[in-house]
Design a protein around this ligand. Structure first.
Ligand code: CO
Length: 282
């Protein structure tokens, strides 16, 4: 007898068209996840895309604000964002760079454009923390584009930001509770991208260039597609190629109590977060 490995390719179960909104001090962005039509994809709480050549859309930035109980992930495709927090941590995230901030028990920080004009393009993803890590010490993982491994596949380059690809390339972001796989995938026109993903993990893609199809369903820039369960992803680029983020993570299955930048498990913990923040305990 021969052992066979049977894979089950994930299909598209839902497409989110995104909701234009503004946040911070008036930054125009598109909320792809974390809106009425797509509230929570356990463990992912929110995904915003900001993309503009017009300084007026981004220059106001995100002045001082708190976070507690989850992680914020900033992925820059173009432009530069400066951050600084109340613990003295600061830096600049440049084109192709990533910052994975585990807010834990609390930080107060600002995220401001490090440019006066030109294109600002990137994403911010919010990843929930399990109850036992919500009050952990804040931690940063930051990497420039040249620190992120790239697989040069025949279909196009794949940047591995977090987790490991099927070929064993491991991204620099590590020791994250929800075991994320975060890939930045570029596809040549008509090329097919395949990747193994753990069955049972939540998987979505956010298309930022061109279009890709899974079976008979197509998702186009700038939409997000939630994928069904399965242990493989197989996506075919449209005639102009494609660029997308692939995001996978282990669901927490815990209650979510959420109020703006605080994400806890119970209302009492939320109230405590507000009290602690107002008392300057972050
Ligand atoms: Co923030």
């Amino acid at each position: 007898m021969t052992a066979t490995t049977k894979t089950k390719a994930r299909r598209i179960s839902q497409i989110s068209r995104g909701v234009p909104t503004s946040d911070g001090a008036g930054v125009k962005l598109t909320r792809m996840l974390g809106h009425q039509g797509l509230d929570y994809l356990d463990p992912f709480l929110m995904l915003d895309q900001f993309r503009s050549d017009n300084r007026d859309d981004y220059i106001a930035g995100f002045p001082s604000h708190p976070h507690r109980g989850f992680e914020t992930v900033t992925i820059m495709l173009d432009g530069r964002m400066r951050h600084g927090d109340n613990k003295g941590h600061k830096g600049v995230i440049g084109p192709g760079g990533i910052q994975w901030m585990t807010a834990g028990r609390g930080i107060v920080h600002s995220e401001m454009p490090e440019q006066e004009d030109g294109r600002m393009w990137g994403f911010q993803l919010w990843v929930n923390l399990p109850a036992k890590q919500k009050m952990t010490t804040p931690r940063y993982q930051e990497f420039d584009a040249d620190q992120i491994p790239v697989e040069d596949r025949a279909s196009g380059p794949v940047r591995i930001l977090a987790g490991s690809s099927a070929s064993g390339t491991t991204g620099p972001v590590e020791q994250i509770a929800t075991k994320p796989l975060l890939l930045d995938v570029s596809l040549e026109p008509g090329a097919v991208f395949t990747e193994a993903v753990p069955a049972g993990h939540t998987v979505f893609i956010s298309v930022y260039m061109g279009e890709v199809s899974a079976g008979s369903e197509t998702v186009k820039d700038p939409d997000l597609a939630v994928l069904t369960n399965g242990d493989a992803v197989e996506l075919k680029a449209g005639p102009k190629g494609a660029g997308f983020l692939l995001v996978a993570g282990q669901p927490l299955g815990e209650p979510v109590a959420r109020y703006g930048p605080f994400v806890m498990n119970t209302q009492a913990e939320l109230q405590q977060a507000v009290t602690d923040f107002q008392a300057g305990r972050f």
